[in-house]
Design a protein. Sequence first.
Length: 67
Amino acid sequence: MGACFMCQRGYRAVVAVGELARLGGPGHEAIEIPLYACGACEGQLTLMIADALRSPVRPYVPEWHPH
Ligand SMILES: [Zn+2]
């Protein structure tokens, strides 16, 4: 049980889906944050990952775009 990092709905059944890691450097320490997601979001993540694997090459989208 824990908080889902995707929907942040708080205390619910979650599974570990990965880990957020940041290397240490000047001014900050190295951190590793385990990521937990609820069942619904885990399914969503699985879809996102499958999608990303299907089309690994994506054009770079700059911060600004003319809309
Ligand atoms: Zn969730």
